[in-house]
Design a binder for this molecule. Sequence first.
Ligand SMILES: *[C@@H]1O[C@H](CO)[C@@H](O)[C@H](O)[C@H]1NC(C)=O
Length: 252
Amino acid sequence: MTKAFAIVLLLALNDNIAMPLREILVHQQQQSDEILCIIYDSIMYKVAEVANNLNIPSVILETSSANLFWTYAAFHRLEAEDSIAEDLVPRLDPLSIGSLASITEREVTEIAWGLVNSNQHFLWVIRSGSITGSDLKLVFHEKSLREAIDIRGYIVEWAPQKEVLGHFAIGGRPCFGDQNVNSRYASYVWKVGIVLERGEIERVVRKLMVSDEGEEIRQRAMDFKLEIENSVAENGTSYKCLDALVKFLLSL
Ligand SMILES: *[C@@H]1O[C@H](CO)[C@@H](O)[C@H](O)[C@H]1NC(C)=O
């Protein structure tokens, strides 16, 4: 699915959802089924309009990362400085639909050769359906590439993501939605990753796996992991935020 098509689809969805949603809500209220609150995904923005109209509180469920949220917040400040906003906004994607991310056959082949040429052992997890207009078997039909991969690499179509990410330092390629913002944060703010430019995979993989800088990046990634674990543990910052939301909902 292309970004342009995704935007058209979302606009159409929002345009068409208001009336039926309103009917359902009104009907439910007439049945004396009190609706305390509506929680809706941020991309279904029309829900807020309908809810406000019926005096029902609504809460946005923002499924993309917090840094994307901050980026949106920064837009308002940037609007005061037109030139900066005009320069920055077109480079950021307005949508977050992670599962729609897809790459082309050429990109897959490029990544594969980059990994092979880096001389590092690798495990590469890729969803077959994520390759635009092709599938894994076709992409890796080239004999020389397949043989080169077999020496050091292992490609699987699916893996238990949590376990794999818990054990390996893994690099990804931003494709869609908040991933572009995330990659800039990971690289320039948190310094736990390296942004991949075209044709650089071999150099970056080597840098990450064998250089001092790579060692520092991996150390920071481990520190980062601990901070995240603390934030979701009991009384951590994320835990408290979610707790506050639950208390708010129960107070309605
Ligand atoms: C979390 O905070 C509450 C209230 O201050 C406290 O009673 C509880 O022991 C804390 N739990 C942990 C795991 O620190």
